[in-house]
Design a protein around this ligand. Structure first.
Ligand code: F0G
Length: 458
């Protein structure tokens, strides 16, 4: 068993407190499982000092802009650049950073035509160092793990959290333990954890089973848990929204649309929007909407069947394995930010996900299946009139195309829906397929193929 850490998970530091999201209990340190010691609900980080110290919006914007010309590692991080709104460090050298964040905001002209929403953008978090949005949260949480003296960090994951955690642990000189469901995780993600030196366990259960086990493990062994139950993760992930608003010159879009799995990311983005609004950094709140796969629709059902008052969990099944989650830990936080920003929650089918992923790919940027639920969801929200043609929309693309090459290959070869998910609707996908063509190595064969492709396009 690893040696115990030198202090508790939530090192006592000036400037922030842990607050229980249910009973409001305030504390200077967190318990090992990041749950309230009174009622067992999740904790969030709050900053009571913000009221006293003057956080003038114009000076904040100007400091953050200036840091973009700095060469110091902490300023080159698109997360720590916004450190005034994060748990404070004593010195810049404490941050474990891989220069995360700084991700592009792309226009999506073809998808804009398809959806009838001309002002459509994608914030591509898949262009982070390990290929997903997790890096923004991991730089902060791994940093505080090391500051608290932990030697081991651990997570349950559908793949991206584990890739990210393993990388930041390696950078920070810590060991890492990964719990992933056996099968149902892309090789690409698994291989990252292996390369970064994690002890990787493929458990014969699903993601929800892995997370349950991790929650018990952290009470028994001195390992620091790096799932998004850990509120430091959400603080880092908040910076996605800060960076996005900076890219839009602090003019809020009408809508931000994000995929929902364990619901940490939507909670983090929502927290950032509410904080920015409270601090006067933005004049109004964008509507934050969450989209889930139909086969992993716990939040959709929680809102429709229980009015957001209790979790309706599901047995999750979807080829978008990143969001194959039936018992989302942060559901209460997500319900809160949806209500506070006036956002919607929708579900999309497997076919709709595959089609949207190919349409994003056709823009030349690509993403993993879980990210494509955002475009599929936008189509629904636009049809329902929730998103209006004149409004601006930002889709949060959470993971890189290369994270799940099997899905992409099966899609283009026409094999994706072989197992009976398809009811004939996949015919609509045919024009989007570009399977590889095996030919004899002759000039004639290649020229003929070129001519055929030209004819098909015309
Ligand atoms: N998109 C991708 C690519 C993801 O990897 C995840 C979550 C989500 C969306 C959903 O985000 O959980 O914050 O609602 N992946 C986790 C993991 C669970 O273990 O990598 P969420």
């Amino acid at each position: 068993m690893p040696p115990p850490p030198s202090s508790a998970p939530g090192v006592v530091r000036a400037g922030f407190r842990f607050r229980c999201i249910a009973c409001g209990d305030l504390g200077e340190r967190a318990t090992q499982n990041f749950r309230c010691s009174h009622c067992g609900d999740l904790l969030e980080i709050i900053y009571p000092d913000w009221k006293e110290v003057s956080l003038d919006p114009a000076s904040l914007k100007s400091i953050w802009r200036e840091r973009r010309t700095s060469q110091s590692p902490i300023d080159l991080s698109g997360v720590w650049r916004f450190r005034e709104l994060l748990p404070p460090l004593e010195n810049a050298g404490q941050a474990i950073t891989l220069r995360e964040g700084n991700t592009p905001l792309y226009e999506l002209p073809q998808c804009a035509r398809i959806t009838g929403v001309p002002r459509l953008y994608a914030k591509h978090q898949g262009l982070n160092p390990t290929g997903s949005f997790k890096d923004a949260g991991m730089t902060v949480a791994a940093t505080f793990a090391r500051l608290a003296g932990f030697r081991w960090v651990a997570c349950a994951s559908t793949g991206n959290t584990s890739s990210s955690m393993a990388a930041y642990a390696a950078r920070g000189g810590m060991r890492s333990l990964v719990l992933v469901p056996e099968g149902k995780i892309s090789w690409s993600k698994l291989s990252q954890a292996l390369d970064y030196g994690a002890v990787t366990c493929q458990l014969r259960t699903d993601f929800d089973g892995c997370l349950r086990l991790l929650q018990e493990l952290v009470l028994r062994a001195p390992v620091y848990q790096l799932n998004s139950i850990n509120p430091f993760r959400l603080e880092g992930q908040k910076t996605l929204a800060l960076e996005l608003l900076e890219q839009l010159d602090w003019q809020p879009p009408d809508h931000i649309i994000v995929p929902g799995g364990n619901l940490g990311n939507s909670s983090a983005i929502g927290k950032a929007l509410l904080e920015m609004h409270e601090l006067g950094l933005i004049p109004r709140l964008p509507k934050l909407s969450v989209i889930q796969a139909e086969g992993a629709n716990a939040l959709v059902r929680t809102l429709r069947e229980a009015g957001g008052k209790r979790l309706v969990n599901v047995q999750a099944e979807t080829r978008a394995t990143a969001i194959r989650i039936g018992n989302p830990a942060s559901w209460k936080k997500a319900v809160h930010v949806l209500e506070a920003t006036g956002g919607a929650c929708e579900q999309v089918t497997e076919i709709e996900i595959a089609q949207a992923k190919a349409e994003i790919g056709a823009e030349g940027i690509g993403c993993e299946p879980a990210s494509a639920v955002t475009l599929a969801g936008l189509k629904k929200l636009a049809k329902q009139g929730f998103v209006k043609p004149e409004e601006s929309v930002v889709l949060v693309l959470t993971g890189n195309l290369l994270k799940d090459p099997d899905f992409t290959m099966e899609f283009h070869r026409g094999d994706l829906f072989k197992d009976g998910v398809d009811d004939g609707a996949s015919a609509a996908l045919k024009p989007l397929r570009h399977p590889p063509i095996i030919l004899d190595a002759t000039l004639d064969a290649v020229i003929q193929t070129l001519e055929q492709a030209e004819k098909q396009q015309a």
